[in-house]
Each structure stands twice: as C-alpha cells, then as structure tokens.
Design a protein around this ligand. Structure first.
Ligand code: FHN
Length: 451
C-alpha cells in the first residue's frame, strides 16, 4: 500500500517554498518535464464524460437540480446498468481515431464515482452493474498502449462536506466541513493512483468556486507528485486558470503543468504546454440527437490545435447502455483514417512556424515543415512570409503538383488545379536546416483565401 499523502500542513509548508517553476525553467531531471514532453508528443486524446445521468440524456452535474430534480438525479445510480459497456471496444474506438491517451471522468461535479471507492457508497459498485469500470478501462488501455488518465472534479455538489450544492454550486450545504472534504479529495485521488495508476494525467476541474483555494490546490498537486512523480496534472488543480481560454495566471504561485482552453482552440504557444478540450457534439455527457461536428471541422480543429503547439482532448459521452453512439464512433474513425495518411505531420511534431489562421496551420519535425492549407486566395497563389532556411524540396500529399516559389520577400504556393481538398491540402517543405529553428510567423489574412 503506497504511503498516504503527507498531512496538509506539511505539504502546504513544503509547497509554499516549492513554487511551481514555469515549465520552461524546470530542470531536465524533473520527472514532470519528461512526462510532459512525452505527453505533448501524443497530441490527440479521447475525453469521456459518463455516469448515471446518461439515463436522462442531460448534462452531467449541471442538470442536477435543474432539468432533473436532485432527488431523482441522485437515485439514477440505482438503475444504472450499462450491460453493453465493453472497455476494449471504447479503447478500440480511441485507437481507430488515432488517439494516444484517454481521460475518463472518475468523479464529476455530481459526486458519482466510476470506481468502487472505499470512501463513499455513491459509486459504480452499488449499481446493478457493479463492475469496476475504471479497472476494466485502465487494463484495456494498457493492452493497446493507450495512456489511461482520469478527470476528477474538485467541486462536489452532492457531498455534505463540500460547502456548495446544486444547481450549479448556487446553494449552500447546511453543515459543510471543507478541511474534511479536502481529506476526502486527497484520499480518493490517492486511491485512484494506487488502484489504477500509474496514470498519464490527473485532469482536475471544478476549481473555480470559492471553497477551493491556491493553498489547497498547491498542496494537492505536491501530494500527488509525491505519490507519482511522473503524473501530469493540469492547471485546474489550483486557482491559476483564467476562464475558458484556460491560460494560467501567476504560474509561479499556482500549481499545474499545462493550460486548458475549453471549447476553443488555444493561442499559439510553444513556451508552455496546453491542451484544448472540446466536445464532438455540444453536450459533454450523452444527449440524444445532439448536433455533431462535421468530419472537416473535427480534423481542422485537430490541425489548428497542433499547429498552435497544443494537444486536443476530444470528448464523447457514452450512452446509458455503455456504448459510444455509432455515429460518433464513425466520425472518430474518419479522423483516424485521415491521420493514417497524414499523421506524420501531427504526432511528435511541434506547432508552426507558420501560425494557424484563416489560411490553415503548419507543424514541423526534423527538417520538414508540414502545411495544412484549408483556404486558398480567391485568385492567385497563397503568399507565405519569408523564412531563413532554403526549401530544398516540396511535396504535396493529396493535391498533385503545386508550384512553390521561394523569394527573399516570401513564398508563393500555387493553388491545386484539381481544386482544394475539403479538409486541407497537405504540403511539405524540406529545408536545409531544422524546421523548429524557423521563428514562428503569422500568415497575413490578406494573402489567405475566403473563409
Ligand atoms: O463544468 C465542467 C463541464 O461539465 C465539463 O466537465 C468541462 C470539461 O472541461 N469542464 C467544466 C466546464 O468548464
């Protein structure tokens, strides 16, 4: 049995001096640096929001006390029996999508636990299904070399010790006890690592409410790093995250290894790791007939994200019977098929040097720049800014021959005669120097095509 997390005081005092050095300043010996670099190369992960609320088709956590009365919501687990759940099938979906890691909601804001926790009765073991979903999924991930990760909500609108309740944290619990709730949170996260670890990421959320403080967050971060030094923890463990753009304010005071833009593609940033989380439909948990993103939008979102040097965590909400909706499975398979052909410019690549914009996005690896051209000028060639190194060769991977003319004042790329690819025209430049050494540069909108 691994040693429990040190007492909050000891960890907190240790943390006050252990200011979380900005990622760029971390030493090479730091296990976080190595783990972050390895995770950053994975680029694409599957986010899964699931629980008894799927029986109602409403939003996980948020519909408790809104569309679904609290008593009814909290009783759903008594009839939660997803007999079609097959962990190997979920992992196969991730694999076929070209995804390299998987993040499952171990506990969302509603407090329900997808593993048989010894710290509460409100868990999967006490449903008609009984099976340990986290154990089965962790094993299936390891079987297919997909990194198993968990999402854990700090806020818990059901737990009597957490001060705020449903709907949406807008009510006050009668007898809260935040220090005791902090112990519960530490014990459960330690339990997850002990039973299902080592994890890739522990993805925190629900940190925005008043009961949670920088001190709690930094102490939790430090305690978990003691348990698993290679664990990657996002910036929502503490209080540094700014809104939905997800960037970290005062990174030297607030723990967290990377930034977390949500439902939007993060800004170009090579200095600090970041990951966009986004839904394939509109709702995080399963919703019947929810609007689903098109094939082009899904793939272009991934390309613009990796073009900005970020990762994409793309979300599905499985159905109450345990299956992922077939149309979502098909959409993810289409993404995987595209990546099978063009993924060399995604996995293990870095964003830029041509920053994402209306024109498209670019990545770089070795001496190669990969261009994903999504919009061409209404007439004439695409004009890219000049780069120092010489383009010694270029190749289009899905559009016949394209003219590439490198001049001192820029690079002209002629549009494909066969008409643009509906997702992106993929073009590579092989340079006489390392592509990552080219300073990042914006592509002027005037030279790009119509939206
Ligand atoms: O409230 C949650 C929401 O349900 C969902 O889990 C997203 C995913 O990142 N995070 C919060 C909203 O910002």
């Amino acid at each position: 049995m691994k040693k429990p997390i040190a007492t909050p005081t000891a960890v907190f005092l240790a943390t006050v001096t252990l200011l979380v050095a900005p990622w760029a300043q971390a030493t090479a010996a730091d296990p976080t640096t190595a783990a972050l670099s390895q995770w950053r190369d994975l680029k694409f992960g599957l986010f899964i929001h699931w629980g008894p609320v799927s029986l109602k088709g409403t939003e996980i956590g948020w519909s408790r006390g809104r569309e679904v009365p609290v008593e009814e919501y909290d009783a759903l687990y008594r009839r939660f029996n997803p007999t079609a759940f097959d962990a190997a099938e979920w992992v196969q979906v991730a694999h076929d999508a070209g995804m390299k890691y998987l993040v499952l909601t171990s506990k969302h804001h509603d407090g329900f636990c997808l593993w048989p926790s010894k710290y509460t009765d409100y868990h999967i073991g006490n449903t008609p299904f009984q099976r340990d979903v986290m154990k089965e999924l962790a094993a299936a991930c390891r079987e297919r070399n997909i990194q198993f990760c968990t999402y854990h909500s700090i806020c818990d609108w059901r737990h009597p010790d957490y001060p705020l309740g449903s709907p949406g944290g807008k009510t006050a619990k009668p007898h809260p006890n935040m220090p005791r709730y902090f112990e519960y949170l530490k014990n459960q996260t330690a339990e997850i690592i002990a039973n299902y670890g080592p994890l890739g990421i522990m993805w925190f959320d629900g940190e925005w409410e008043a009961p949670w403080t920088t001190e709690y967050g930094n102490a939790l971060y430090a305690g978990l790093k003691e348990l698993q030094p290679s664990l990657v923890i996002n910036n929502r463990v503490s209080k540094g995250r700014r809104g939905m753009e997800g960037v970290t304010e005062q990174a030297d005071l607030n723990a967290g290894d990377y930034d977390t833009p949500e439902q939007q593609i993060g800004g170009f940033n090579r200095e600090r790791p970041w990951e966009t989380c986004m839904t394939i439909c509109r709702q995080w948990a399963w919703k019947p007939n929810d609007l689903m993103k098109s094939r082009a939008e899904c793939i272009q979102t991934l390309l613009r994200t990796v073009g900005g040097d970020g990762n994409l965590l793309f979300n599905v909400g499985p159905m109450p019977d345990g299956r992922i909706e077939p149309r979502q499975v098909e959409r993810l398979r289409e993404m995987g098929a595209w990546l099978k052909t063009f993924g060399d410019g995604v996995y293990g690549a870095r964003g830029g040097p041509f920053k994402p914009g209306p024109w498209g996005a670019s990545t770089c690896k070795g001496n190669t720049i990969y261009l994903f051209i999504m919009n061409w000028p209404a007439s004439g060639p695409l004009r890219l800014p000049p780069i120092g190194p010489k383009i010694i060769s270029s190749q289009t991977l899905n559009a016949g021959e394209l003219g590439v003319d490198q001049q001192p004042d820029g690079i002209l790329v002629s549009a494909p005669a066969s008409g643009p690819d509906p997702v992106a025209t993929v073009l590579t430049f092989t340079l006489n120097a390392a592509a990552f050494s080219v300073p990042p540069v914006s592509v002027e909108p005037a030279s790009a095509g119509n939206e």
